[in-house]
Design a protein around this ligand. Structure first.
Ligand code: FAD
Length: 212
């Protein structure tokens, strides 16, 4: 009988989970490592940022999704390095640092981070939206602005106080419209970054033109 091969997957996002599910066979042993013990459904981050959903509604325990696969082990930890020659990754967790974990096959599914294309000064005005912490921070900022507007005694200043920018990323899902191309449309902030303009009116004008 041949020795069972070890597959290590780094990342429990869409990519990592999909790989683990497809490897649900008795031929290999799978170890999935993620720095979070939950899978985050990123496309719904906007809804958390705008208080439509709560954080718990878009995070599912990774073990609840693939934990029943008999050949799969889920480890909570941060992968800090890979030694290709020795075929091992190094994992740090709350009480251990850089523990080596051997593999025969390695799947890197660590996702991406946002980029300001060399203009990190945009971050203050267009914060990233990749994690639950990002979404909650944006949500709190929006709610705080509405609270301040509510408490403003001069009604003519309400419009100045209320938030006017949309919390959004490069693309948001919208219902596909017949004959109007793919089911995604660029949104104001994305066009604002592309145009490299901070002028809100220009951003909205660009968006209006692009949206037809
Ligand atoms: C706000 C938003 C809206 C989106 N909307 C859509 C949409 O409508 N339609 C669409 O198709 N796509 C959408 N996307 C894109 C989609 O969510 C991503 O393409 C997808 O999540 C990428 O999956 P992934 O597995 O590659 O990475 P991720 O889902 O980012 O998963 C990477 C995982 O790796 C883990 N990880 C990273 N580094 C390490 C490390 N060193 N050690 C341990 N673990 C690590 C992370 O914790 C994470 O769980 C959206 C993304 C965002 C942010």
């Amino acid at each position: 009988m041949s020795e069972r091969r070890k597959v290590v997957i780094i990342g429990g996002g869409f990519g990592g989970l999909s790989a683990a599910q497809r490897l649900n066979s008795s031929l290999v042993d799978v170890t999935l490592i993620d720095r979070r013990n939950y899978h985050l459904f990123q496309p719904l981050l906007y809804q958390v940022a705008t208080s439509v959903l709560s954080p718990g509604q878009i995070g599912s325990p990774i073990r609840g999704i693939i934990g029943r696969n008999p050949n799969t082990t889920v480890i909570l930890g941060e992968v800090t390095g890979v030694d290709k020659d020795k075929r091992c990754v190094f994992v740090s967790s709350a009480d251990r640092e850089n523990v080596p974990l051997g593999y025969d096959f390695l799947i890197l599914a660590t996702g991406v981070t946002h980029s300001y294309f060399g203009h990190n000064e945009f971050a203050e005005f267009a914060p990233g939206l990749k994690s639950l912490a990002d979404a909650v921070a944006i949500r709190n900022k929006i709610l705080q602005a509405f609270e301040q507007a509510e408490a403003e005694e001069d009604p003519t200043r309400h419009r100045d106080r209320a938030p006017r920018r949309l919390p959004t990323g490069a693309r948001t899902p919208t219902a596909p419209r017949a004959g109007r191309g793919p089911a995604h449309r660029l949104t104001p902030c994305a066009y604002g970054l592309q145009a490299r303009r901070s002028d809100e009116r220009a951003i909205w004008a660009t968006w209006a033109r692009a949206s037809g």
